[in-house]
Design a protein around this ligand. Structure first.
Ligand code: B3K
Ligand code: ZN
Length: 898
């Protein structure tokens, strides 16, 4: 109890080496759902580098202690307590055997050993292993594991664990066993086991050095027809890591297992990756193009962890971004290479734009609130709360900056040195930075601030052209603006910011770049300026005409750029910038500026108007057939409501929604014929193909359909959407049609077509949980109106027989979709959304604290909203704070209220 009442803060500065080390672990499991017996035999020794401790303190949670032996003899001085097991006065070097029981059937937290769909699964990161056996459950204790699994042969025909299968066979009483050995030392968080009725798609491939590898994707039998894409993604990942980083698969066998009850996306357990079904199962009928792309990215991500995370792991959890930021960077590069190879910059930019959009919408918001923390946090109460956008996405941007500074080859040299120095070790973010610095002969001391300072940096730009001297100066100033208090206290000094810039002439082409002091212009028309002081001026010489600057090309650093572009200049950049990312960026700036002005008007009841020049800029993109469809789709998509609300001095979701809807309608009505032409032109008849080109066509076509559904007279759009719904041969088109029907209906208080499609969708996919998740999510995120607020639909759906709060995917599809992805409805003025949110956080807290804590975060920015909403949010937060028990949720709501 003491633990939940006054949560302990864990601090990075308090790191101390473990007093003991564990070299080998032999685990034996007798798997029974409500009483699994675990016998754990460890070789333990005192750590020569740590200060002396007489007692061995092992972590343990929710375990029933049975007994201990030391070197084969019963050991009486073992005391089990709420947080683990204390063994008094142990020898210096000994064999310890512990026996304990746990109850996987009752484990709804999905951390440790649990049952899902009648099968056994584990999840150990970050601190779940201690729910399986008593252990030094910290990443700097690395051991080799042997695992023996015993279970009923009929109920659990398949028995899997990390590494290689040593032997398997039958036992008396209808039981059987399997024994696995993982030859690589690993921290406990990478342990895994799976037992149950599963089948596998198998492939044998040869790795770069010619060794044969067995690859398996394990699923429930009825899902075998949805495994091909995951397998292809795995094979592509293996090839990519060999080609780009010279990293080979080190085990003879690599397994992926899908489970439908899972707290996050997937887990990189050594040789036995466990995945949320959402990131494995796909066929054209059930999965969208986005699902296909996500599966490729997540399969890649977990596979890449085999080197960045598993072979070289984290010394402590403050170093989480060492493996996560780096592995996100690797998966982003993998997806970009899969889409565009190394050289198709436009195709690569599509991926870059998608990633930056997520970063800006989610990580910038995190940085602006009470959970703001550096990429390498200084403290935490519950580590699971720190698997964040900052650690992952900003962490990835930090890794990307090394590559931007040193080039691909310099980055590769740094990676090679990192593995040479640290293979088999548990290390820190500093170790990574030093490897990159040393391999490139650079001092990166200042770069450390990217790891220790929270908040989103702002770079303001002032330019001056001297026509007589043909000089163009760019003055950069960096700071953090009005940072959140949590971020402000970490901010100590200027950052080293790689600032990529180009100069554009009035014909739309890049000008040559020559900095003052250089003898000639460089070959490239993009220059990475190393901006390292609070204020710094860079002067370009021999600039024949006044240029338009293209700033922070390809988003070369995770910062906000402030520069006073005129609307005409933005339209020009949108039409001409040679950097595809910045072309998109110009359109976004233009739209954001316009939308924020309109939201301000909507908030005060002033009638809305949209300038014709904005419509014209969008029309040019819409009709420019030289641009790729996927780029056009991204450029024509307006910034999200959440992002826009976050940009307001006081977030006003209703005003943002009104403004954005106004612009969508205006663009729909003004360009109706063009949208229709685009819709027709980008159909993809014939068999479904999951290629980037085909999915680009579908994305643009479906965006056109969504705009057509905004027309004042949506009859034609409804006809098209209904036809598309009925004839679709893939989920991308079917779901887009359904969504268009729902949105067209919202304006008119419902429609027969929408209801029919919704009912049909349910019947058609009743047996496909991942598709039923979409059915819930589409309804939770639909547009509402005064007569029919979405909260009513959501409440009704909570009582639907297919709803299940215990399944995280289902809870996310309904509750999270409403609370986090439908801002205009969630932030209803009557506070109904907040009351609902509080009830759900409290209900989930008793079932699954990790999932509850994620939901709890949807109100953390409450102080930034309009006063009318703020009060309702505070009341809801206080209610949650007074009722929840878990450390996870308490940390979130207490920080929000502090
Ligand atoms: N490493 C896991 C995340 C574990 C989350 C624990 N709460 C998945 C990943 O990032 O690859
Ligand atoms: Zn990861």
């Amino acid at each position: 109890m003491a633990d939940t009442a006054t949560p302990n803060v864990i601090r990075r500065a308090d790191y101390a080496q473990p007093a003991f080390l564990i070299d080998t672990v032999a685990l034996e499991f007798d798997l029974v759902p409500d009483r699994t017996v675990v016998r754990n035999t460890m070789r333990v020794r005192r750590n020569p580098d740590a200060s002396h401790a007489a007692n061995l303190e092992l972590m343990g949670e929710q375990l029933e202690f049975v007994g201990a032996t030391v070197d084969g003899a019963p050991f009486a001085n073992a005391h089990a307590h709420e947080h683990g097991l204390t063994l008094d006065n142990v020898p210096d070097n000994f064999e310890l055997t512990l026996t304990s029981n746990c109850n996987p059937a009752e484990n709804t937290t999905l951390s440790g050993l649990y049952v899902s769909g009648g099968n056994f699964f584990t999840q150990c990161e970050a601190e779940g292993f201690r729910r399986i056996t008593y252990f030094l459950d910290r990443p700097d204790v690395m051991a080799t594991y042997t695992v023996t699994l015993r279970a009923s042969k009929t109920d659990y025909p398949v028995l899997l664990s990390n590494g290689n299968l040593l032997e398997a066979g039958d036992l008396p009483d209808g039981r059987h066993f399997a024994r696995w050995e993982d030859p690589f030392r690993k921290p406990s968080y990478l342990f895994a086991l799976v037992a149950g009725k599963l089948v596998a798609l198998e492939e044998r491939v040869k790795s770069g050095s010619g060794k044969e590898k067995l690859l398996q994707v394990w699923v429930e039998p009825h899902d075998l027809d949805k495994t091909r894409h995951a397998m292809d993604s795995l094979i592509n990942s293996i090839r990519w890591d060999e080609g780009r980083f010279g990293l080979e698969l080190d085990l003879d066998r690599f397994m992926i297992v899908a489970v439908s009850d899972f707290n996050m996306g997937a887990m990189e357990n050594k040789g036995l990756n466990i995945f949320n079904t959402k990131y494995v199962l796909a066929n054209p009928e059930t999965a969208t193009d986005t699902d296909f792309a996500n599966i490729e990215a997540v399969v890649g991500h977990e596979y890449f962890h085999n080197w960045t995370g598993n072979r070289v792991t984290c010394r402590d959890w403050f170093q989480l971004s060492l493996k996560e930021g780096l592995t996100v960077f690797r998966d982003q590069e993998f997806s970009a290479d899969m889409a565009g190879g190394a050289t198709d910059e436009a195709a690569r930019a599509t991926k870059r734009i998608e990633d930056v959009r997520v970063l800006r919408q989610m990580q910038f918001a995190e940085d602006a609130g009470p959970m703001a923390h550096p990429v390498r946090p200084e403290s935490y109460v519950e580590i699971n709360n720190f698997y964040t956008m900052t650690v992952y996405e900003k962490g990835s941007e930090v890794v990307r900056m090394y590559q931007t500074l040193f080039g691909r080859d310099g980055f590769r040299k740094g990676m090679d040195l990192y593995f040479k120095r640290h293979d088999g070790q548990a290390v820190t973010c500093d170790d990574f930075r030093h490897a990159l610095a040393d391999a490139n002969g650079r001092d990166l001391a200042q770069f450390e601030r990217w790891y220790s300072q929270a908040g989103t940096p702002r770079v303001s730009v002032r330019t001056k052209y001297d026509a007589a001297q043909q000089r163009y100066s760019v003055r950069l100033t960096q700071g953090y603006g009005e940072a959140a208090p949590a971020a402000r206290e970490t901010q100590k000094g200027p950052l080293l910011i790689p600032f990529a810039i180009g100069l554009i002439g009035n014909d739309g082409r890049d000008l040559p770049l020559q900095l003052e002091g250089e003898t000639r212009a460089s070959d490239s028309t993009t220059r990475v300026l190393e901006f390292a002081q609070t204020e710094q001026t860079f002067t370009f010489v021999n600039v024949a005409q006044e240029p338009l600057p293209s700033l922070l090309r390809n988003f070369s650093a995770p910062v906000i750029v402030e520069y006073d572009y005129s609307a005409d200049q933005l339209a020009f950049l949108l039409a001409h910038d040679s950097d595809p990312f910045n072309r998109w960026e110009a359109g976004q700036r233009l739209a954001t500026r316009e939308l924020l002005t309109l939201a301000g008007r909507a908030a005060t009841g002033v009638p809305l108007q949209l300038d014709d020049s904005v419509v014209a800029a969008f029309a040019r993109v819409l009709t420019d057939e030289t641009l790729s469809p996927s780029f056009r789709e991204l450029a024509l998509m307006l910034p999200s409501e959440a992002y826009l609300a976050e940009q307001m001095a006081e977030s006003n979701p209703a005003a943002v929604h009104a403004a954005r809807q106004f612009v969508r309608k205006r663009l729909a009505n003004a360009l109706g014929k063009d949208w229709l032409a685009v819709y027709d032109k980008h159909r993809t008849p014939g068999a479904y193909e999951a290629t980037p080109e085909a999915s680009g066509h579908r994305a643009l076509k479906n965006l056109a359909l969504s705009y057509l559904a905004e027309l004042d007279d949506p009859a034609e759009a409804v006809r098209l959407a209904s036809a598309q719904y009925d004839t679709a041969n893939n989920m991308t088109d079917r779901a887009a049609a359904l969504s268009a029907l729902l949105n067209a209906a919202a304006a008119n208080g419902g429609s027969v077509e929408a209801q029919q499609a919704l009912d049909d969708f349910y019947r058609r996919f009743e047996k496909e949980p991942l598709v039923i998740d979409k059915w819930f999510a589409l309804q939770a995120t639909q547009r509402g109106n005064a007569q029919r607020p979405v909260i009513e639909t959501v409440r009704k759906l909570m009582a639907h027989p297919a709803f299940n709060l215990k399944n995280p995917n289902r809870a996310r599809s309904l509750i999270f979709s409403f609370c986090a992805a439908n801002p205009a409805q969630f932030h209803a003025e009557d506070g109904s959304g907040y009351a609902y949110w509080a009830d759900q956080v409290i209900a989930l807290d008793a079932i699954n604290p990790q999932v509850a804590a994620r939901l709890a975060r949807s109100l953390e920015l409450w102080r930034r909203f309009t006063p009318a909403l703020r009060e309702g949010m505070r009341t809801a937060l206080e209610k949650v704070a007074s009722q929840v028990k878990s450390r996870d949720v308490r940390e979130i709501v207490e920080k929000a209220l502090a």
